[in-house]
Design a protein around this ligand. Structure first.
Ligand code: ADP
Ligand code: MG
Length: 246
């Protein structure tokens, strides 16, 4: 395995009852790379991302972070892996009863055991990074969707992740708010964050992504550079999907 590999998964399978949702998915994220997951709705993108962070326990699959295999049956191993693999959701998942800065701070105190003061400093720095320091004391109900998503990105960054998993981070946003979130994602990518993102923002992603991954019916059908995949996916299923969205 290349020593630049940050996260590697192999042979991920997941069924919900009779519904076989992930079929032998394998992929590697290299340091600093952005991979973009595309494919039709119901194809397994969200399940894949959630299994990658064990929010959904996979049926089978092996995981390596920085070359070290994760043992999901060992609480400590799983816990430290999950801390290093941050997740951004379509619908933000902020605590409504906490202000922006408290949303970012809470896990620093409760999970990392930081002092309240250090956690506050870190939370403010992360809010600053996503342009939200000026709204630190507002509650989610007082923020726009784009602002809420930026707070949720700050919350993930505060844990100092090695990898970010982003599940359609702009899908719940009004069109005029998408740009501010994409700008944050672009800045993170350019700063070297390792990321995998499910999205329908094809034009934006094709300018930034190292690779596109096309998923359908629970399988990774094809991976390749955005140009290769969008212009002439080798697989007819990729071509058909891309011709509809372009
Ligand atoms: P995508 O994100 O590509 O739209 P999903 O991963 O959300 O795809 O869904 C893949 C399949 O898994 C769908 O058939 C969906 O109905 C099913 N599925 C997802 N989550 C669950 C769940 N918690 N329980 C049962 N079925 C689920
Ligand atoms: Mg989804």
């Amino acid at each position: 395995m290349s020593d630049t590999s940050v996260l590697r998964i192999e042979g991920l399978n997941k069924s919900f009852g009779e519904n076989y949702v992930l079929k032998d998915a394998s992929l590697t994220l290299k340091r600093g790379e952005l991979k973009v997951l595309i494919g039709p709705s119901g194809g397994g993108k969200s399940t894949l991302l959630q299994c990658m962070n064990f929010l959904i326990p996979p049926d089978t699959g092996r995981f390596w972070l920085n070359g070290q295999e994760v043992d999901p049956s060992d609480k400590k191993s799983l816990y430290s892996y999950r801390q290093k693999v941050g997740m951004i959701f379509q619908d933000f998942n902020l605590f409504d009863h906490l202000s922006a800065v408290e949303n970012v701070r809470i896990a620093l105190v409760k999970v990392l055991g930081m002092s309240k003061k250090d956690a506050m400093d870190r939370a403010m720095a992360e809010l600053e990074r996503v342009g939200m320091a000026g709204r630190a004391n507002l509650y989610p109900a007082q923020l726009s969707g784009g602002q809420k998503q930026r707070v949720s990105i700050a919350r993930a960054l505060a844990m100092d992740p090695e990898v970010l998993l982003l599940d359609e981070p702009t899908s719940a946003l009004d069109p005029e708010l998408i740009g501010e979130v994409l700008t944050v994602i672009r800045d993170l990518s350019q700063a070297g964050m390792t990321m995998i993102m499910a999205t329908h923002q094809i034009t934006f992603s094709s300018q930034l992504a190292d690779e596109f991954i096309f998923m359908q019916q629970g399988r990774i059908i094809e991976q390749g550079s955005p140009k290769e995949l969008l212009a002439a996916g080798v697989e007819s299923r990729t071509q058909e999907f891309c011709s509809k969205i372009n």
